[in-house]
Design a protein around this ligand. Sequence first.
Ligand SMILES: Cc1cc2nc3c(=O)[nH]c(=O)nc-3n(C[C@H](O)[C@H](O)[C@H](O)COP(=O)(O)OP(=O)(O)OC[C@H]3O[C@@H](n4cnc5c(N)ncnc54)[C@H](O)[C@@H]3O)c2cc1C
Length: 287
Amino acid sequence: MFAANFDYYRPATVAEAVQLLSTKENAKILAGGHSLIPAMKYRLAQPSALIDIGRIPELSGIRVEGGKLRIGAMTTHAAIAASADVKAHCPLLAEAADKIGDQMVRNRGTIGGAIVHADPAADYPPNLLALGGSVTAVGPNGSRTIDFAGFWTDLFTTALAPNEIVTEVTVNGYGKGTGGAYADLQHPASGYIVVGASAVVTVANGVCSKVSLVIGGATPNPVRASAAEAALTGKAPTAENIAAAAALAANGISNPIGDSFASGDYRVHLAKVLAKRALTQAAARAQ
Ligand SMILES: Cc1cc2nc3c(=O)[nH]c(=O)nc-3n(C[C@H](O)[C@H](O)[C@H](O)COP(=O)(O)OP(=O)(O)OC[C@H]3O[C@@H](n4cnc5c(N)ncnc54)[C@H](O)[C@@H]3O)c2cc1C
């Protein structure tokens, strides 16, 4: 199918892009196009104008600042997966980026596009929420930061206003004593996750001093497994303690997604199994 007709704009600056987004009716930002263009071809999205932000240099690149990674919205999944800075300061994010789609998708798809698309089966959201950090958005009234915890608000929906552009994603890095791991079950046809569990564990003096565990794919937005985190915090990362914590990983999941591939009950089961794998690997990497 062909997309409906649209006007095309290619701004050179963020300010110009914001101005176009605010003034052109029914306009949409075009990043890597790997989610938007298919949606347009199926006529699920029919924007009257596309604002291509692919030629705005300051939107691409990765910087390290005070132990945090600052990643431009147009930075591709491939660039994140290959970045020496990401591998050194936040290896979990490099691993997650490397799992997205295939090489062609990773070469074109961007972190900004992926987080704004807010697909429940996307790889970044559970990992970003487990790592902690924020999104920088720029609109006609200036710039604001939105914590990951408040960014994804519903199915394919974010806290971004229609006239705002994501310019940067800031992700907390981690060092010695902390480990991160992502365990997922991918749909064999698409590669998108059915369920994914992302864990970041800090071990000090033989006990887990900080535990972050997030489940993606089971609900419209990633959900923090607070009961499991609390159960493991302050305990030694033994197989028994991790199993007991992982058994609570689905406690925050109500109305799990069910479809022709995996029922809601199966997704709940997967959340616990994958949480155990992610916690085990993250704790091992922390020591
Ligand atoms: C075959 C295939 C397999 C895939 N497999 C996976 C997978 O395994 N895991 C996974 O997580 N994803 C997967 N994806 C999705 C992929 O990661 C996309 O690249 C991503 O979802 C969208 O990024 P994009 O840069 O292509 O954005 P686009 O498609 O250009 O845009 C997506 C949406 O975000 C908006 N947008 C984009 N950038 C901004 C911005 N900076 N500010 C405001 N709004 C913005 C657009 O207006 C649009 O609504 C797959 C895609 C394909 C085609």
